[in-house]
Design a protein around this ligand. Sequence first.
Ligand code: PRP
Ligand code: MN
Ligand code: MG
Length: 181
Amino acid sequence: SNDVSADLAHVLYTKEQIQEKITELAAQIDKDYEGRDILLVGVLKGACMVMADLSRALHSHVTMDWMAVSSYGSGTTSSGVVRILKDLDSDLMGKHVLIAEDIIDSGLTLSWLKSNLQSRGPASVEVCAMLRKPDAAKVNLDVKYVGYDIPNEFVVGYGLDVAEKFRNLDCVATIAPHVYQ
Ligand code: PRP
Ligand code: MN
Ligand code: MG
């Protein structure tokens, strides 16, 4: 079968649970940013789903921009050294920047990104991540908006991939052992 759901082991969060959390996060963000425009920065490619859903759930004025970054070093463990593959189109000066992410794993990508964006003169830089793995943290990162904290296991869906697949799932799930074999 070519059905992607056949490759899943366990669903951690359903489409409904994710959308419920998006609504909750958006309400909090609208309240916190009252009277201010938000520049949403999505981190390609994982943030595609959270950008699409969060932006539509917000009632604030929003603009969207994208960055693509890559960790280099050994391919398996993130070195914390990040390379910009695609930079933002917009000038951040005086803007309220909200970075949208699918997941915070070690926290190294966001830690680097946050300070990089902070150096460009924005009014503020905050982070909204749908998932976070507290047990995988390698750096202490201040994240204002988090959807769900999850155990340190490999998950896919809602933007998260394994070898570029599974991003299109509307749920977050672990994958079945046969996928690795
Ligand atoms: C994943 C994920 C986060 C980052 C988290 O992106 O989408 O951006 O890793 O890891 P960290 O907290 O350990 O730094 P990835 O580099 O796989 O690129 P992708 O978004 O294109 O899948
Ligand atoms: Mn990513
Ligand atoms: Mg990835």
